[in-house]
Design a binder for this molecule. Structure first.
Ligand code: F6R
Length: 370
């Protein structure tokens, strides 16, 4: 069943490229226009949507955060992302022009289900992004965009996260197409860029495994880790922190790099491991320099710095003890490559501690209680 891998998590991380390509498959026509007929919501209804609220839990909520950056940029409508269990109990503002997007791998998460029921009662439409055919969340939604990651067995979500991000991008591009907020050429170019991602993910898997496992060995005694990123690197930092805490039982915190000086830097003492997601240096990206300064700040206080950076970045190595390299790609798509080394790193750390990576203590694959 594990097809030669020693754990489902290992197998599923190696299915990241396929999860991305299968989720893209059949969602655009030959000309490169988005084709989401399967969603069964009238184009006119989509045209009227003036706000999106993503409701989800855990890893799925981080996919929603990535979607916020992309969809707000492409479609120019506000996208809120809310943990499903918080959303339900705060009297959220919902109208018939609000699209609620419920993201769930299992389709059975009770918190997310309660949130979508509430949204529908208030007259909003709910679109599910889900990996499990025929599960409760898509059945109770107005529409569903399935992720085609294939069954995910390991408790820690990996390939499904990438597929959720891809499905959310497809939704964003479709909205941009019906609302006319992007040029057709731009949409086609973005689809082409997405089609190029599986090979780039594969390259990370093939070329970085060695340095990642060596780094895990060096870090095997570490008691805590900080993860930081900005822009789309911020949800990647949150996800990297969650993976490591849930399967390796290490205390982690993920936060936006800009918050460093507002509190977390107090935690940095000599030897503290800090993982930093660096945005591309291309296009004179101001955030790139700000993140490099953040690495410098923590390095100056003795942190052990592990950096995820784009190949060719001239500054990434300057204050880094270790660099995990990933191929160049457009910034908005970069979470699809940046998260991969962090998945492998969590897996290696958990293995070194002799833990059952597929079944971490206290956790269940689908959380069917509120
Ligand atoms: C983390 C993880 C959880 C789930 C969360 C939502 O690795 O697996 O945080 O992402 O419980 O689950 P679904 O997507 O099934 O609604």
């Amino acid at each position: 069943e594990k097809g030669g891998w020693d754990s489902f998590m290992d197998k599923e991380i190696h299915e990241d490229p396929a999860a991305v390509s299968n989720t893209l498959l059949g969602r655009y026509d030959e000309s490169g226009d988005l084709d989401l007929d399967e969603v069964h919501i009238d184009e006119e209804v989509f045209r009227q949507i003036d706000k999106i609220i993503v409701v989800a839990c855990g890893t799925a909520s981080y996919a929603g955060l990535v979607a916020k950056y992309a969809i707000e940029h492409w479609v120019r409508i506000p996208v809120e992302v809310e943990l499903a269990h918080e959303f339900r109990y705060r009297d959220p503002i919902l109208t018939p022009r609000t699209l609620v997007v419920a993201i769930s791998q299992s389709g059975e998460t009770m918190d997310t289900l309660m949130a979508l029921r509430h949204a529908r009662e208030q007259g909003s439409r709910v679109l599910a992004i889900c990996n499990t055919q025929g599960s409760t969340i898509p059945r109770e939604s107005d529409a569903v965009l399935y992720t085609h990651a294939g069954p995910e067995v390991a408790v820690a979500s990996t390939k499904a996260f990438l597929a959720q991000i891809v499905a959310a991008y497809l939704l964003g591009l479709y909205l941009a197409q019906v609302k006319g907020t992007m040029y057709r050429d731009e949409i086609h170019q973005t689809i082409d860029n997405l089609k190029a991602m599986p090979a780039k993910i594969q390259k990370v898997l093939d070329s970085q495994a060695e340095v990642i496992s060596q780094t895990a060995q060096r870090m095997s005694k570490a008691r805590s880790f900080l993860f930081l990123g900005r822009h789309v690197g911020y949800p990647v930092a949150l996800e990297g922190a969650l993976k490591l805490k849930e399967i390796a039982y290490i205390f982690t915190e993920g936060f936006a790099a800009g918050e460093l000086k507002h509190g977390p830097i107090a935690l940095v003492e000599p030897g503290e491991p800090v993982v930093v997601i660096v945005p591309s240096a291309r296009g004179r990206n101001v955030l790139h320099d700000k993140v490099i300064s953040a690495i410098e700040e923590v390095k100056a206080r003795g942190a052990f710095t592990i950096v995820v950076a784009e190949e060719g970045d001239p500054d990434a190595g300057r204050y880094a003890d270790v660099v995990f390299w990933r191929p160049p790609c457009p910034t908005l798509l970069s979470p699809l490559v940046d998260v991969v080394p962090l998945q492998l790193f969590a897996l290696d750390m958990a293995r070194l501690k002799g833990l059952d990576v597929d079944k971490p203590r206290n956790l269940a694959k689908s959380v069917t209680v509120e």
